[in-house]
Design a protein around this ligand. Sequence first.
Ligand SMILES: [Zn+2]
Length: 416
Amino acid sequence: MIVYTATRVRTHTEAGTIDAACVVVDDEGLIAWVGPLADLPQAHRDAPRRHVDGTIMPGLIDTHVHLGFDGGPAPVDRMNAESDPEQLVLMLRNARELLSAGVTTARDLGARGYLDVVVRDAIVRGDARGPRMIVSGAPLTPTGGHCWFMGGEADGGYELRTAVRRHHEHDVDSIKIMSTGGFMTKGSAPWFAQYREDELRLAIDDAHRLGKKAVAHAHGIQGIRHAVRAGIDALEHCTFVASDGSLGFDAQVADEIAERGVYVSFTLNVLAWQMLRGDSGGFVDHLAMVVRELRQRGVPIVTGTDAGIDLAPHHAYSAGLEVLSAMGMPIEDVLLAATAVSSRSMGLDDITGVLQPGMAADLIGVAGDPAVDLACLGRPMLVVAFGVPFSPDPYPDLEALPSRTVAGPAALAHDH
Ligand SMILES: [Zn+2]
C-alpha cells in the first residue's frame, strides 16, 4: 500500500480535479481510494506516502507506436538489417522510453515476427519495464503493399481473413490493416485504396468475432470510405489526401465517420510540432481544418504518435498533445483524449484511463498544472504503471531534437 499525495489530482471521472488530494495504491497494483487528503480513510493513514509538488493524473496513452522503429533517420533500414534478437533489444528500449515519457498504455500498430507479443508479455510479467502494450503483429497489406516487409502480406478478402485468424493464433490483441498505401513503400501511394470495402469487411468481421478491434491506416479519401463502411473501429492518419495527391476533404465521409462512432488518430507528433513552428506549406492548416471538421461532428479524437518513424522518437510523446491544442482543441479535451478517450477506443476503459477505485494504478505526476500548460507533461517526475513506480530516464528537450527538411504532404512519406 502506498499513498501518492499531490497539490491536485485530476481523476478524469465525474469527481473532476481535487485539490490537496491523494491516490491510494494497493499491493495488487490497483487504485484503492481517491479523494481529498483530509478525508483519507483511517485504514490508509499509516501507509507510506510520496508527495508530488504539482499534479497527479491518469497515465498517458499512445494508441499508435512502433516499438521496432528507432525514431532515428532511417528506422526501416535498421528494422530490415536487424536480427530478431536485435529487434527485441530495441523494442524493450523503446518500451522503457515510452514509460519515461509518462505513457503507461501503448498500442503497437506494426511489428515483425510477433516480437510485440513477446515484449507485451515480458512487461506484464515484470521482466521489463514499459507501458501496458496492446499489440497487433504485422500490419495486413497486399503483396508488395505499404509496409509489406513486416510480413503481413494478404491479397483479397479471404487471405485477409486467414491472416486475422493467424494473428489470433499468435495471441495479438488488435488488427491493423493498411487501407491505403503510403509514400514510403515503392509502388504504393497514400491516395490509393489497397482493398475494396467487401474485402475489408471479411477481415473486420472476423476480428470482431475474435474480440479484437480493427484499425486502418488510411490517408486517401477512398481508403477512409472503404474502411468506415466495412466497420472499422479506428482510423489512423485520416489526412483526406485526394486521388490527385492534393489535400482534400469529403463532408459525406466525415459524416459517416461520426455516425458510426469511429475513433480517429491524426498521428500528430514531434514532426507536426516542428512544422507548426516553421513553414509547413499549408499542411498544418489543412490538418487543423480536418481536426476542426471532425470535432464539430462529434468524432472522438484519440492520441497516437506513430512513435519510432523517422525522427519521431518515443520519448517525444507530449509534442503531439501540444499540436492538438495549437490546432484549436481545448486543453481539457486534449487531456481526456490522451487518457480516458484513448482507453475507451481500445476497449480498456474498465482497466485504465481514469483514476478511480478498482482501476489499474497507471498514473503520472508532473510539476505544474497541465490544464494551464501542456508542456509540463514532457517531464514527468513520477510514473506508476501496473501499480509499480518507475523513475523516468532523462531525454533531450523537444527543442533539441533534429528536424526534417521536408514539409507539406511530403512529410506523410514516413507514416506507417
Ligand atoms: Zn504507424
